[in-house]
Design a protein. Structure first.
Length: 370
C-alpha cells in the first residue's frame, strides 16, 4: 500500500483525521460522551479515594482475565451488574465496547447463523460480523418491516438468526423500537436479539439501566452490551446474558481471552461510579431538559442527548466546527467513513454538567449553518 498516496487522498477529500488539541479554557464541550457529567464531578473522585486506601489500589492486572491472580474486583462488579439487571442474567467484563462487540459477535455467530443488523450499527459490530465469517444482511435503519422481510426471505434457510441493533444510535441519537424487536424475535424460533446500549446506559430507563429496561423487556434480550466509557465516566464494557452464554464467551470470545485485563483499580472505580449512577436521577432529568432545549435550537426528531446537524460535506463540517469554536463551543465534525457521504455533520453531545443558560448562544451560531 502506498501510505503517502492514501494520506494525500484523504487530505484532498477533507477526510484526513488528526488528533485534536486540548480544548481552550472556557469552551463548552459538546463533543464529549460524559452524559451524566460524572467525569467532571470532583466530589465523586474524592469519595472514591476517601473509601479506598491508595496503597492497596492495584494499578495493573499484568495478565488476561483467565490468568490474572487477582479476581475479586472483577467478580464484585460483575455480580453487582447482574443483580441490577436481574432475570437470572450474569455479567462479563470486557476492556472496551469495541472489545465486547468484536468478541461477542464473532464468537456467537458461525456459518449456520444468519446475522441481520441495522444498517447504522457501530463499526465494532461490523468488524465482529466480518470476523465471524457468518452470512449477514443489513436492514434499512430502524425499518422493522424490512427486517421482517429479510427474516421471511432469508431467515428460514438458517437454524439460527442473530438480530443486532443499538438502542440509541451514536450518530443520530434516535432509538430502536426494542419492544417491537422482541415481538419479532418471538415469532422466529432460533432468533436471538443482541442490543448495544453503549449510548443508553446511565441515561435511560430505571436506574439508568438503558432502553431495554425502559421497555420492560430485559428478559427477552439475549445479549446486552453496556459501556463504562461514556455516561459512566470510566473505562471498559460489559455484557449481560444467560449463565450458559457467559460460560461460552469465556471460552470463545477471543478479545477477552487474549487481552490483558483492565487494572483492578479501574474496575474499583467503575463499581464506585455504577453505584452512584444508578441513583443519579437528577442528572438524568437535567440531561433530558437540555435535550429538549437543544431540540428547539436544532429541530427534527425527538429530543435526545445526541443531536446531529447535517451539513452535507466534510469541508462544510470542518468550517462549521471552526465557526462554533470561535463562538465558544467545541463541536467536532463527523465525516466519512464514520457517516455515509453526503451526511457529514456536527454531532452535538450533551452533558448534565452543562448549565441550561450555556446553550443560549448556540442559536445565533447555528442558524447560518442550517
Amino acid at each position: 500500500m502506498n501510505v503517502e498516496a492514501v494520506l494525500d487522498e484523504l487530505d484532498a477529500s477533507g477526510n484526513l483525521r488528526r488528533l485534536p488539541a486540548e480544548s481552550p479554557a472556557g469552551v463548552i464541550d459538546l463533543s464529549s460522551n460524559d452524559y451524566l457529567g460524572l467525569g467532571e464531578d470532583t466530589s465523586l473522585r474524592e469519595s472514591f479515594f476517601a473509601s479506598h486506601d491508595s496503597k492497596s489500589l492495584l494499578m495493573t492486572s499484568s495478565a488476561s482475565r483467565l490468568l490474572a491472580g487477582r479476581q475479586t474486583s472483577y467478580s464484585i462488579l460483575e455480580k453487582e451488574l447482574a443483580d441490577s439487571y436481574g432475570h437470572n442474567r450474569e455479567a462479563l467484563l470486557f476492556n472496551s465496547g469495541y472489545h465486547a462487540n468484536t468478541g461477542l459477535v464473532s464468537a456467537i455467530a458461525d456459518k449456520n447463523t444468519l446475522i441481520l443488523a441495522d444498517r447504522l450499527v457501530h463499526a465494532s459490530i461490523i468488524d465482529g460480523i466480518k470476523l465471524s465469517g457468518a452470512p449477514f444482511a443489513r436492514f434499512a435503519h430502524n425499518d422493522l418491516s424490512h427486517l421482517r422481510k429479510l427474516l421471511e426471505s432469508k431467515g428460514r434457510d438458517y437454524p439460527n438468526v442473530l438480530i443486532i441493533v443499538e438502542s440509541v444510535y451514536s450518530m443520530d441519537g434516535d432509538r430502536a423500537d426494542i419492544g417491537q424487536l422482541t415481538e419479532i424475535k418471538k415469532m422466529h424460533p432460533g432468533a436471538m436479539l443482541y442490543v448495544d446500549e453503549a449510548h443508553a446506559v446511565g441515561v435511560l430507563g430505571p436506574g439508568g439501566l438503558g432502553e431495554c429496561a425502559a421497555a420492560g423487556v430485559l428478559d427477552q434480550i439475549d445479549i446486552l452490551v453496556g459501556t463504562f466509557g461514556k455516561a459512566l465516566a470510566s473505562m471498559g464494557a460489559y455484557a449481560i446474558m444467560s449463565p450458559t452464554l457467559r460460560q461460552f464467551m469465556i471460552n470463545k470470545a477471543r478479545s477477552l481471552i487474549f487481552s490483558t485485563a483492565l487494572p483492578p483499580a479501574q474496575i474499583d472505580w467503575s463499581l464506585h461510579v455504577w453505584r452512584h449512577a444508578t441513583s443519579a436521577d437528577s442528572a438524568r432529568q437535567q440531561l433530558m431538559s437540555l435535550a429538549s432545549q437543544l431540540a428547539r435550537i436544532i429541530p427534527g426528531g425527538e429530543p435526545s442527548h445526541i443531536r446531529p446537524l447535517i451539513v452535507g460535506s466534510s469541508e462544510k463540517a470542518l468550517a462549521a466546527s471552526a465557526k462554533l469554536l470561535e463562538g465558544g463551543y467545541k463541536v467536532l465534525p463527523i465525516r466519512t467513513p464514520t457517516v455515509p457521504p453526503g451526511t457529514e455533520r456536527l454531532r452535538f453531545s450533551l452533558s448534565a454538567a452543562i448549565a441550561s443558560e450555556s446553550l443560549a448562544g448556540l442559536s445565533s451560531l447555528i442558524n447560518p449553518l442550517s
